[in-house]
Design a protein around this ligand. Structure first.
Ligand code: FES
Length: 158
């Protein structure tokens, strides 16, 4: 079957098996290996944005995403500059093994799009979406809070 997707702002089309997962399309067809594959667990390390919403790309067939717009971890930086959430992960030592970090960042990008100033409770609730075995989640929470603070300090009064 033919699938056409916009990924990180570029248009791609390919003939694929109907059972091909979106995760495998991103990794194997496009070489976007920042989207991780945990080999069958439900950790959410494969999380990407599809039409603006975070989804586990191993739960979706590529053909189900046909015509959609996907953003992966590779699509967040602009002109070689980390985006504010990526920078905050770096500043707050929230980068864990690296394996779960892309999924966490994509998930939390969705959260920050919906609520630029989430409470710690809300952040913790969202963190259920991606499991990481590395360290605690506190530095990840701190990174989201730092991003929210930076966002609110740059927001112009209305
Ligand atoms: S690869 Fe395990 S939830 Fe997607």
């Amino acid at each position: 079957m033919k699938v056409s997707l916009t990924v990180n702002g570029k248009q791609y089309s390919a003939d694929v098996e109907p059972r091909l997962l979106l995760m495998d399309f991103l990794r194997d067809y496009l070489g976007l290996t920042g989207t991780k594959n945990d080999g069958g667990s439900t950790s959410g390390v494969c999380t990407v944005l599809l039409n603006g919403l975070s989804v586990k790309s191993s739960y979706i067939l590529a053909v189900q995403a046909d015509g959609g717009e996907v953003v992966t971890i590779e699509g967040l930086a602009e002109n070689g500059q980390l985006n504010p959430l990526q920078s905050a992960f770096w500043e707050m030592y929230a980068v864990q093994s690296g394996f779960s970090t892309p999924g966490l960042i994509m998930l939390l990008t969705d959260l920050l799009q919906r609520n630029p100033n989430p409470s710690e409770r809300e952040i913790r609730h969202w963190l259920d979406g991606v499991l990481s075995r590395d360290t605690g989640y506190q530095n990840v929470i701190n990174a989201v809070r730092l991003t929210a603070e930076k966002y609110s300090s740059t927001k112009k009064p209305e």
